[in-house]
Every structure is written in C-alpha cells, then in structure tokens.
Design a protein around this ligand. Structure first.
Ligand SMILES: [Fe+2]
Ligand SMILES: [Fe+2]
Length: 286
C-alpha cells in the first residue's frame, strides 16, 4: 500500500475441482508483485465441497502473500454428507479457519463479511442466497462498531438482489440487507456467484448501495473469460478494474445487471450451454 491509497483484490468462484490453473497462477503472481492490502474471496472455493477440492483450495489460499478474508459459497457446504452439513459445515475449511468470514481493518476502511449461505433452506433450491437475521445483525454490528469516519466494504457470496417473486428470489432478505446497509457508511457490497463481473448502483428506499460483482477464476465461465476485480480506494473514490488475461476492457467485462443465476444466457439455436462441461452426475446448481 502506498500512503492514502488502498488496494484490494476481489476474487470469486475459484471452484477447485474445475479451477483454471493458468488464471490462478497469474493471480497469485499479481498478488506477490502488487501486494494488495487485502484479498477478499467471495465464495465458491470448490465444486462439490469434496475433501480433495478443499485441500487444493485451502493450500492455494494459504499460499497468497496478503491478508485474506474468505466468504462461504453455496458450493462449499458438504453435498454428500447431510449430517456434516448440518452439524459441522465448516470442518473442511479448518486449514483456513483464521480467514473464513474474517473482518480486515485497514486505515480508514474495513472489509466486513456478510454470510449468505445456510445449512438448510425451506425451499427446493439451496444454491440461492439467504441472509438470516442473525447474519445481518452480526454484519451491521461490526459496521456500527467501526470508529467514526471509517468506511466499510461488505463481502458476501450472493448478490443482495431479490429477483422475481419470493419463490425465485436470488437472495432471500437481500432487500432488507440492502436497506440496512444504505444508511451506513458502506462503500460497496462485493459478491460472486453469478460468474460475471458487474458494478451497479441499487436504489433502495433508504438510499443507493453500490454492488460490485467479481467474475470466476474457474473453467465455469458464464459469458466472460476468467477475471478478478482490482479495487483502488483513494479516500474519496473507489475505482474498479476487471483484470483478465485476455485484456478485455473493464467496460466490456461488466454485465449491466445481476442475472438470476450463473447459467450462461442461451443464444437462439444454441442447444447446449457452456456450463454443461460440468460432469453429468452433478446436480444442476449454480
Ligand atoms: Fe460459483
Ligand atoms: Fe455460488
């Protein structure tokens, strides 16, 4: 960090098991060269929360030369062991225990986590987000405890967007969370899950909230190549650059709105979505 300038790398959806090693090697190199003040990883570390996937993911995360905070994604809860999912869902992340949902305090700025995954949901699609009252209270308490004048950057896996009807909401209680964040000193809410980058302002009844999404660093691309976000805060403005190996401009990497899921948009006449590279035994989740 140079004085008065804060550099944060926002990474997401590395999906070990279907990771993009070329992209991950590059990001690791960028981190060691640029030494960001913080690295925020907004979830989906693995494909199916398998032990071997977590071993690879936690090893890579622990090799990064920067303070790291990790959010949990819907792909990171044990799929094949419901007992473990319910009683000890974070056991497979023990190697990065000190980084999971960790607040990072920087000069004038704090990175504050907001959990959007649940062990179970009273609806069929568990891949979607849910901000519980306790998760929201924890996040708001952390923001309210910051010293006067400090700004917050909130990190979540799911974009805080309720799309369509209640039944198809991308993130249940997303609207409620945004309303609460709008009246606090929040620079932006960072998220992943949809595998494309965006930078939009969401209007709420309490005021605007900036929502910044990062793309994926896996082979599960949606409509843009693997990427991560480089955030620069100079004390007044938060600038976002979508870094990618294909040198696509930020404005061309960012989608204009939050989609309901991470599936690629179907083109007319296109029979198979690219996301179907995923092994056929996998359930159709995002
Ligand atoms: Fe994902
Ligand atoms: Fe996800």
């Amino acid at each position: 960090m140079t004085s008065g300038r804060t550099l944060i790398f926002h990474l997401s959806d590395v999906h070990f098991g279907l990771e993009d090693n070329r992209a991950l090697d590059w990001v690791k190199q960028e981190i060691s060269e640029q030494r960001p003040d913080a690295v925020a990883i907004t979830g989906d570390l693995t494909m199916r929360a398998r032990h071997r996937e977590f071993e690879a993911a936690t090893q890579w995360i622990n090799s990064l030369d920067a303070p790291v905070t990790v959010e949990i994604g819907n792909h990171d809860m044990p799929y094949f062991n419901p007992v473990e999912r319910f009683f000890d869902p974070y056991r497979r992340m023990s190697a990065i225990q000190d980084k999971v949902e960790k607040e990072i305090d920087l000069p004038g700025l704090a990175v504050v986590p907001l959990k959007t995954v649940r062990r179970w949901q009273p609806r069929l699609n568990w891949s979607k987000g849910w901000v519980t009252d306790s998760a929201l209270e924890k996040c708001l308490a952390a923001i309210d405890a910051l010293p006067e004048g400090m700004q917050a950057i909130v990190t979540a896996h799911h974009p805080l967007r309720e799309v369509g009807t209640q039944g198809t909401a991308l993130t249940r209680n997303g609207r409620k969370a945004l309303d609460a964040l709008a009246v606090r000193p929040v620079l932006a809410v960072l998220s992943g899950h949809v595998h494309d980058a965006f930078d939009i302002v969401e209007e709420t009844g309490s005021g605007p909230v900036r929502m910044i999404g990062a793309g994926t660093l896996s082979q599960r691309v949606r409509s843009t190549p693997p990427s991560f976000n480089e955030l620069v805060w100079d004390g007044r403005r938060l600038e976002v650059t979508v870094r990618n190996l294909d040198h696509v401009l930020t404005q061309d990497m960012q989608i204009s709105d939050v989609p309901a899921n991470a599936l690629p948009p179907r083109q007319p006449g296109e029979p198979v979505a690219r996301v179907n590279q995923v092994p056929r035994t996998d359930p159709p989740v995002h």
